[in-house]
Design a protein around this ligand. Structure first.
Ligand SMILES: [Zn+2]
Length: 379
């Protein structure tokens, strides 16, 4: 008996690690992720999908990504109660979710575990787990023209200039988003609705006169100048801080109802715009629950061009531009760290394709490079 056990041990030692290609029919021996898959199985991070399948191209959800990460860290138990209202204790990712929250990888009150995990999100999780190291080689704040942040705390840069293009009815916008706007309005018509532009590009002088008029009206109702200016600023931007002055914003109304009030939101035209504007690179800039962050009241008529990538993310994640830009800055730091440590081999954000969904092959490869190759020291 002892002899047989010894022989068996010898055999195990001699055969060495099992190649991923021997375990899974869909992992070729020369696939870039083959070694990472073998490592992940040895570590107990995943067993594949059963039936000798690893499903390398299958896309990962947030719940899966956090679970892999958590298992890779040894499945530590969180010392807090489940923070997410949409996670049941019986969910396979419950432990991972609480642990991820405790370690600052995810925030908020809802996890949204079934949402796809982007490559951006995965690298950001790893970066946060590494202690959010700040790279010297990255500058946040240098943004594309379509992501210029203008709000009560961020005035239009002094050297700002814009090339305008007419979109009809006396309205102009930044020439670079004029076609997208025209396309959106025509798609809206095709869908059976009718939207009209009631405000577009404004000069500084015009924004000033608009602001002054509204302040004067409130003073006539008995407010002091300071009160009138403060109240006006919540709905009419202080000159120099209006998105209308950068040519990337339009106020769109239902052609049958031109009042700028909250009932716009219930008009079918407005509902179509809210559901589809992201497809044309526009977002509803001032959602009802984000006023603290945007500084402006709910405006179910003010649309802002941000480009298709940003618009899609903002729409899908139900966040506002301020939150998106904060995520973007975080990701710039995370991506620089991932490049420096070799967790990603892409040389730029564009080649890294941050908005693409993370596949199971990507996921184990990032983990393997981070943990097995010692790029990331665990807390
Ligand atoms: Zn507006």
């Amino acid at each position: 008996m002892k002899k047989r056990i010894a022989a068996l041990l010898c055999l195990l030692l001699l055969t060495g690690p099992v190649l991923a290609s021997e375990r899974f029919d869909d992992v070729a021996p020369d696939a870039y992720y083959a070694e990472a898959v073998a490592w992940a199985v040895d570590q107990g991070i995943t067993n594949g999908m059963g039936n000798r399948q690893f499903a390398p191209d299958q896309l990962c959800t947030i719940g899966q990504a956090l679970t892999f990460l958590w298992r890779a860290c040894g499945s530590p138990e969180a010392s807090i109660a489940q923070p997410f209202s949409d996670v049941a204790e019986t969910d396979y990712y419950a432990g991972a979710a609480a642990w991820a929250y405790e370690n600052g990888l995810v925030t908020g009150t809802e996890l949204g575990a079934s949402r796809p995990c982007t490559r951006r999100a995965m690298v950001t999780y790893l970066w946060k787990l590494a202690g959010s190291p700040i790279s010297k080689n990255v500058e946040t704040g240098d943004r594309d023209w379509n992501l210029l942040l203008v709000n009560p705390w961020n005035a239009i840069p002094a050297d700002f200039s814009v090339e305008l293009q007419s979109v009809g009815w006396g309205h102009c916008v930044d020439a670079r988003c004029a076609d997208a706007l025209t396309e959106m309005l025509s798609a809206c018509r095709t869908a059976g609705y009718s939207a009209s532009i009631c405000s577009s590009y404004r000069t500084h002088a015009y924004q000033q006169s608009l602001f002054d008029q509204r302040v004067a009206a409130r003073m006539a109702e008995g407010m002091t100048r300071a009160e009138a200016e403060a109240v006006t600023a919540r709905s009419t931007a202080v000159p120099g801080t209006s998105e209308h002055q950068i040519g990337l914003a339009v106020d769109l109304v239902d052609s049958g109802y031109w009042q700028l009030d909250s009932t716009q939101a219930s008009r079918p035209t407005q509902q179509w715009l809210m559901a589809h504007s992201w497809e044309y690179g526009f977002i509803l800039r001032y959602p009802s629950d984000k006023s603290e962050l945007t500084g402006i009241i709910y405006e179910p008529w003010h649309y802002r061009y941000v480009g298709e990538d940003a618009a899609r993310t903002i729409y899908e994640q139900e966040i506002c531009l301020e939150e998106y830009l904060e995520e973007l800055d975080t990701f710039s730091l995370a991506a620089a760290w991932a490049r420096e440590t070799g967790i990603t081999t892409s040389s730029t954000d564009a080649s890294f394709r941050p908005n693409e969904n993370c596949s199971r092959a990507h996921l184990v490869t990032f983990l393997w490079r981070a943990l097995e190759q010692g790029k990331l020291r665990l807390p």
